[in-house]
Design a protein around this ligand. Structure first.
Ligand code: UD1
Length: 399
């Protein structure tokens, strides 16, 4: 498995807090290239070779993230906290809706305001200024991953102590805490839902290795459980997949785990189950679509409830085209009936994880499937097609 995109993105944004940052195990995916483009466009100097990125420099000639970039990559919002904390000003285009539903950033803005920032949203742009941010107590009404990351980065250079309550506990947040600590930040509560940040005057250079991508790992795990005689998913942290592995166990998937790998085998008789997405350590929303494919093969009725992004069901209509038996209920759940043999068809990817679910479904289906709009996949999965081919999957690009 490659390094985690969702860990590398905030790590790259954190380069704005220091003069020199070296990152390794950074996946080569479109979102990372977009973040690189954003940072270089502001005046950071950077180079990358393979999975290594070096980001240097402190003189920026712009503190602005344009609509073009934010539209392409919502994680551009991650420059808000660090730019405000170090440079006192930032303009970021307000992210619009996206394919997985409404994704507001009000909690980022409210938190920064509470730290003393002046923030106006005008003409579709968030314009924030601050002399020096002030430590304060923040309580997130909802668990937000990038919101926690933004406020955390902002707090490292604030005056005084910031307490972030109901902070996201995702491994990617913890990875960012570890990186910031290497830079000299004073942060307590690592891995918990209360982060305490004592602001410092400045942060120094650091080197950091990004954690493995648990969602890529989970995606291959599902592929193995459906299609493989035996699949060894290497270079991942099984602990980060605890809730997913527990659900897989409940469904009867046969697997073993070691320190940094999981072995999984195709399961011929899967049991149905109920599943609800939750913030970490709950079941990840980014694995909901892939698990839906798994459950099409379970004997009986499963229920899936998406609680993080309630509209994140665009893959349902595409899976129906492949013959899955799925029913969206008025209460926001999807009922999956199985086992249903899938048959190849032409489908369209609608977002990053939905594209992965369609590729898995296509491999499972009889005959040929064509997945259109595969550019979504390239935003976040490094060499997915090559990796699947290397273990015998019959998949390729249509020219
Ligand atoms: C991050 C991940 C994404 C994952 C998601 C949930 C990155 C780059 N992306 O997205 O892959 O699917 O976490 O695990 O790390 N919310 C508000 N107001 C806000 C912020 C969020 O209401 O200001 C709501 C959202 O609409 C959503 C929930 O909070 O319902 C969680 O969203 P959030 O954790 O912020 O998602 P992202 O950080 O955008």
């Amino acid at each position: 498995m490659s390094g985690a995109k969702n860990s590398a993105l905030p790590a790259m944004a954190a380069s704005l807090l220091t003069d020199s940052l070296v990152l390794s195990n950074v996946p080569e995916v479109q979102d990372i290239l977009s973040m690189g483009e954003l940072l270089m466009g502001m005046g950071k100097t950077g180079r990358h070779e393979g999975d290594h990125w070096v980001l240097e420099g402190s003189r920026l000639h712009s503190c602005e993230a344009s609509y073009e970039l934010v539209k392409k990559m919502r994680a551009s919002i991650l420059v808000l906290g660090p730019l405000l904390a170090r440079y006192g000003e930032v303009k970021v285009a307000y992210p619009g809706g996206c394919n997985i539903g409404a994704r507001p950033v009000d909690l980022h803005i409210e938190g920064l305001k509470k730290m003393g920032a002046k923030i106006d949203v005008e003409h579709g742009t968030i314009h924030a200024t601050a002399r020096r941010l002030q430590g304060t107590e923040i309580h997130f009404d909802k668990v937000t991953v990038t919101g926690t990351e933004n406020l955390l980065m902002a707090a490292t250079l604030a005056q005084g102590t910031t307490v972030i309550n109901n902070a996201a506990r995702e491994p990617e947040v913890t990875d960012l805490v570890r990186l910031l600590k290497k830079m000299g930040a004073r942060i307590g509560g690592e891995g918990s839902d209360t982060l305490v940040v004592e602001g410092v005057e400045s942060l120094g250079p650091a080197e950091h290795r990004i954690i493995p991508d648990r969602i890529e790992g989970g995606t291959f795990f599902v592929l193995g459980a459906l299609c493989a005689d035996e699949l060894v998913v290497r270079n991942l942290e099984p602990l980060h997949l605890k809730s997913l592995l527990s659900k897989a166990g409940e469904a009867g998937v046969s697997f073993t785990q070691e320190a940094d790998l999981i072995r999984v085998k195709r399961c011929l008789s899967l049991k149905p189950l109920d599943l609800e997405t939750q913030p970490y350590p709950g079941f990840p929303t980014d694995m909901q679509a892939q698990f839906m494919v798994l459950l099409t093969q379970a004997e009986g009725r499963s229920l899936i409830r998406e609680t993080i992004f309630p509209g994140r069901y665009h893959h349902v209509d595409e899976l129906l085209r492949l013959g899955a038996s799925l029913k969206k209920r008025e209460n926001g759940e999807v009922m999956v009936s199985g086992p249903t043999p899938l048959s190849g068809a032409e489908v369209t990817a609608t977002d990053l994880r939905a594209s992965a679910c369609l590729v898995i479904a296509g491999l499972l289906a009889s005959g040929v499937s064509v997945v259109n709009d595969i550019h979504h996949l390239e935003r976040g999965y490094e060499r997915l097609v090559d990796k699947i081919r290397s273990v015998g999957g019959d998949v390729g690009y249509l020219l």
